[in-house]
Every structure is written in structure tokens, then in C-alpha cells.
Design a protein around this ligand. Structure first.
Ligand SMILES: Cc1cc2nc3c(=O)[nH]c(=O)nc-3n(C[C@H](O)[C@H](O)[C@H](O)COP(=O)(O)OP(=O)(O)OC[C@H]3O[C@@H](n4cnc5c(N)ncnc54)[C@H](O)[C@@H]3O)c2cc1C
Length: 529
């Protein structure tokens, strides 16, 4: 059987692309290697039958801000968003907390208590962001170059100091936060968000990342799907199937077929061939597409050369916990936070990140953690907590900056020692944490990759988010859009602009590019695009 389009991979981007193409009236086959859809947006009950754990990602400010996700009306397909009492908390070594709320005045009041003057500085920053932020988000979530939002941004900049504010956006987060705030609390809220990506905190781009996520968190929260992260991708899959799409799981694509210079279908691991008349969209890591799925004869030398310089983001160790009770945080905030960042101060966070960049396993890992039952009461029985923490590790380890002799091979032993190190850090902020642990599961780089082939070495963003691999440089210079050198083949994964995170823009850009080319082909049939 032949399809208008085949989508390889049912992560959020693949599901978005498949839905978009289906909505245009195309027949679409979606092939997923794993036994279930969702990519890095899935949940499971592996650790404890009464506890839902998000296997990978958990909080979705980008999805909640994404016009693409909104356009699918997923609430009609069972998606329900829910929020923790507060968005994000950062416990400080003196026992105080910096807390981000969806109400900016409440955020500011808390920061002012920590350091007088920071509340007003916070509100000033929010007011500047109000002017520029929506254009910036629009520009990031549409194909490059973002003409309409770019013009809107230029107009808005006039109201917030013009080039001075551009400089603010380009300033590394360490400098940006120390210029604007006197206390560590406000600094940590922004720097902690910057550290969701792998941009060094003293490099340009980190300030923008920190502002973007902190301000989004304040505007739309860090929502979670009721019932588990997997409900987000399941609702996309339900919509796709309800509208007539064909979805097959356990179907690994091992080759993208090319005829007359054009993608003509795919071959799956069982040897079956599936023909595509108009497009193949690949929700796979860029190096996988170009070095494994395509015959080298179809990949130009310049692309092969550029790919040698493709940089993965760091590896990850994620620990899931089933807890018998709430986390005994020291002075936990009255409105408990869904996300909690763990680091002593901005320097401590920057040190952990620079150790990872330098190939050292951090002695004091910077941790992102999620209190999932606090965010969604359906995740575990009343009074318990479904909790996770993750921290980054080098892709290639040269030494352990701590004293546990972690070798960086990420076998069972390495993973457990690192998980112990992470748990010891939690114990410092929440004495008695260990006594609440009923069971824990450690997913190191190998376990993550085994559950989703795009997470090579535990990299979670489809390639580094540093400036040299963003925009027109993503995934490699000259291929900054979804189009590939093979006609009819589109890259629709987080390896494409705008990169990692659950916003669906990479998949949407790929589908829209395929639809645009098909329209050109229909009008100018002799000039096949
Ligand atoms: C531990 C972790 C925590 C994260 N936390 C967050 C968060 O809280 N919020 C957020 O916004 N983002 C988060 N992210 C990032 C986010 O999940 C990813 O950026 C996003 O899932 C990328 O979507 P994708 O569709 O490009 O790829 P993926 O989600 O990786 O999906 C790719 C899919 O393609 C399939 N596939 C690959 N190769 C083939 C093949 N040859 N044949 C068939 N199928 C194939 C895979 O099995 C997979 O299902 C996190 C990621 C991880 C790993």
C-alpha cells in the first residue's frame, strides 16, 4: 500500500507532523519503533503499581504556550492540564526558598522578603518581558527566518530600551542576574531555568533561556497532563487515529528509500517496504537520519563533513522515587512547588555544568526534580508522592569530580553511585528524605536510550542548545529548515530548529514544509520541489 506521507517516530514532534498532514487530507502512516507511542513523553507504572511515573519529561510550559499544540484541540481527545500550587521552588542553603508563582505580585513579594528591592526589580523585568516575550516565543516556535514575529519584536524593542534590551537578552545569565538582582533567590529562579538547557551559564544564550522559561512559568505555569505525561502524546495519538491515520508500534524504520533523488518510502526492521508518494518526515536524531537511515550515496559530502561536528547535549541520569509521604523539605513553602531545583547558589550550579562540559562527573550535581503528586493528585495514593530527580553527566567521562570512583561507563554500579550522590544532596535539603523512599528506579544514559533511540547517550534535547548549533546552524550549517538534501524528506525532530522541548514546532515545521512543496508541485508539475 502507498501513503501520501510516512512519519518515522511517534514522539511529540512525529505525532504533531502526522496530525498536521492528516488534517490537510493526506493519507498518513506513522511508524514507531517502541511498543508504545510518545517518545520522551510517556508514563509508566514500572516502579510501583500504585504510582504513575513520567518516564522522561514531566512539565510542559512550552506545550502550553505552543500555538501548534493549541491548534489540535487536544482537550477534545482527553487531555486535561493541571498545576501544582506553585510553579517552581528553589531551596536555599539558609533554609529559605525562592518561589515562582503564576501570580507575578506573589513571586515579587517573596523575592522582596529574601532581599529588599528584588521584588520591584522582578516586576520591572516582567513588564519589559510583556512587550517582547510574545514576539520572541512566536519567533522561536515558527520556521526560520521568523519574518512576522521578527518585525513585531523590532517594534516592541523600541518600548523597552532598544539595543539595551537586546544586550540584556544576549547577556550570560550569571551577569544578567547579578546586574538586576541583589539576592540569590531571584538569581536562582532565572539561572535554574537557564540550566534546563546545556548552555554554559557564563555564555550568551543562557540569559535568554533563563528568562524565557521563568517568564513562561509565570505566565502559563509548568502544567502537567492529568494522569501522567503520556496523556499528552496519547491524546495526539487518539486524535490521529480518530481522524483516520494509521499508526503502527514496534515498527523500527531501518532505511529511508530514495528513488530518482526523492524519498519514496521506508523499510522496517522486519523487511517490509512502505511507499510514500509525497513525503517522509523523520522524527529521529539528525545523525541517525544521515548516517544510518540514508544510503551514503544520497548524503552530500558537505553534510557528512558538517555532521562530524554535530554536538550532542550532555548525558542524563534520572532517578524515580515512590515516596511514602511528602518530602520533608526544610521550611517547605506554604504553596508547594511542582518543580524544585537543587543547587546551593548560581556558582555551584555553574560549576556542576562546567564539570559536565569538561568531562567530569559533578561532585555536587545540579538537580531538577519534580513532585508529581503535588502537581496532579492522580499520580499516587493520597499522602504519598511520586517524585523524580535528574542530573546531567558528561557524554564522555574523563574523571569523577567526586570521590566515589564513578567511571562514566554508566553500568548498574555507576548509575547507583550517582543516584546515591543525588539522594544525599536531597537529604541535605530535606532531612529524613531517605526514610520516605519505598522504592527507586535509576535510568542512566543506556536505559534512556534503550527506551527512546533519540536519547543517544542520555542526551535529551536532540543536540546541544548552544548558540553555535541553533537557528540556521541546526542541525548543521546550511540545513536550518526542515528540508533535507533529499527531495520529499524532512527532518522533524528536536534536532531541527527550534530544538528540544515539547512544543511540537519541529514536527509542525516539517509537515508545513512538505505541504508547501506539494502545493508548488501541483501548480508547477515540471518543477518538482
Ligand atoms: C529525562 C527527560 C526530561 C525532559 N524534561 C522535559 C520537560 O520537562 N519539558 C519539556 O518540554 N521537555 C523535556 N524534555 C525534552 C523533550 O522530551 C524532548 O525534547 C522531546 O520529547 C523531543 O520530541 P521528539 O518528538 O523530537 O523526539 P522524541 O520524544 O525522542 O521521540 C522520538 C520517537 O521516535 C522514535 N524513533 C526513533 N528512531 C526511530 C526509527 N528508526 N524508527 C521508528 N521510530 C523511531 C523513538 O522511539 C521515539 O518514540 C525531557 C527529555 C528527557 C529525556
Amino acid at each position: 500500500m502507498s501513503w501520501d506521507a510516512i512519519v518515522v517516530g511517534a514522539g511529540p514532534n512525529g505525532l504533531v507532523a502526522a496530525n498536521r498532514l492528516l488534517d490537510a487530507g493526506w493519507s498518513v502512516l506513522l511508524l514507531e519503533a517502541q511498543p508504545d507511542v510518545g517518545g520522551a513523553v510517556r508514563s509508566d507504572r514500572e516502579l510501583h503499581p500504585d504510582f504513575v511515573h513520567d518516564t522522561f519529561s514531566a512539565f510542559y510550559p512550552l506545550a502550553a504556550s505552543s500555538p501548534t499544540i493549541a491548534s489540535f484541540d487536544l482537550e477534545q481527545h482527553g487531555l486535561e492540564w493541571t498545576h501544582a500550587p506553585s510553579v517552581l521552588g528553589h531551596p536555599l542553603p539558609d533554609g529559605s526558598w525562592a518561589v515562582l508563582h503564576r501570580d507575578r505580585d506573589r513571586t515579587a513579594a517573596g523575592l522582596d522578603d529574601l532581599h529588599p528591592g528584588d521584588g520591584e526589580a522582578w516586576l520591572r523585568l516582567c513588564a519589559e518581558w510583556d512587550r517582547v516575550g510574545p514576539h520572541l516565543i512566536g519567533a522561536l516556535l515558527t520556521p526560520f527566518p521568523p519574518v512576522r514575529h521578527g518585525l513585531g519584536m523590532l517594534a516592541a524593542l523600541r518600548h523597552v530600551g532598544g539595543l539595551d534590551f537586546v544586550k540584556t537578552l544576549l547577556t550570560p545569565v550569571t551577569e544578567l542576574t547579578s546586574e538586576r538582582f541583589g539576592g540569590e533567590g531571584a538569581r536562582m529562579l532565572i539561572a535554574g531555568n537557564a540550566a534546563h538547557a546545556d548552555i554554559p551559564l557564563d555564555s550568551p544564550g543562557s540569559g535568554l533561556m533563563g528568562l524565557l522559561l521563568a517568564m513562561m512559568g509565570q505566565d502559563v505555569g509548568f502544567p502537567v497532563p492529568r494522569g501522567g505525561a503520556g496523556e499528552l502524546t496519547q491524546s495526539l495519538a487518539r486524535r490521529f487515529r480518530a481522524n483516520g491515520g494509521e499508526l503502527r508500534t514496534g515498527a523500527e524504520v531501518v532505511e529511508v528509500l530514495v528513488s530518482d533523488g526523492r524519498a519514496s518510502g521506508v523499510r522496517t526492521g522486519d523487511g517490509e517496504r512502505h511507499a510514500a508518494r509525497r513525503a517522509v518526515v523523520a522524527d529521529v536524531l539528525a545523525p541517525t537520519l544521515y548516517t544510518k537511515l540514508l544510503d551514503p550515496a544520497h548524503v552530500p559530502d558537505r553534510v557528512r563533513r558538517s555532521l562530524r561536528a554535530f554536538v550532542l547535549d550532555p548525558g542524563t541520569v534520572k532517578v524515580d522515587f515512590a515516596l511514602s509521604g511528602p518530602i520533608p523539605w526544610t521550611n517547605g513553602p506554604a504553596l508547594a512547588s511542582g518543580t524544585v531545583h537543587v543547587a546551593d547558589d548560581v556558582r555551584d550550579m555553574a560549576l556542576a555544568m562546567s564539570q559536565v562540559q569538561a568531562g567530569a562527573v559533578p561532585a555536587a550535581p545540579f538537580m531538577l526534580t519534580g513532585q508529581m503528586t503535588t502537581s496532579d493528585s492522580t499520580r499516587s495514593p493520597a499522602g504519598t508522592e511520586s517524585f523524580w530527580a535528574y542530573a546531567h553527566v558528561p557524554q564522555r567521562t574523563v574523571r569523577d569530580a567526586g570521590d566515589d570512583g564513578i567511571r562514566g561507563v554508566w553500568d548498574h554500579d555507576d548509575c547507583e553511585r550517582y543516584a546515591d550522590r543525588m539522594q544525599a544532596r536531597l537529604e541535605q535539603r530535606a532531612p529524613g528524605f531517605g526514610s520516605t523512599v519505598m522504592s527507586r528506579r535509576v535510568l542512566g544514559p543506556r536505559e534512556l536510550e534503550a527506551r527512546d533511540a533519540n536519547l543517544v547517550g542520555g542526551a535529551l534535547n536532540g543536540g546541544t542548545a548552544q548558540l553555535h548549533q541553533q537557528l540556521v546552524f541546526r542541525p548543521v550549517p546550511g540545513l536550518g529548515r526542515a528540508e533535507t538534501p533529499v527531495r520529499g524528506l524532512y527532518l522533524g525532530s528536536a534536532s531541527a530548529h527550534p530544538g528540544g522541548g515539547v512544543h511540537g514546532a519541529c514536527g509542525d515545521n516539517a509537515a508545513r514544509a512538505a505541504l508547501a512543496h506539494a502545493r508548488v508541485d501541483a501548480v508547477l508539475p515540471w518543477r518538482k520541489s
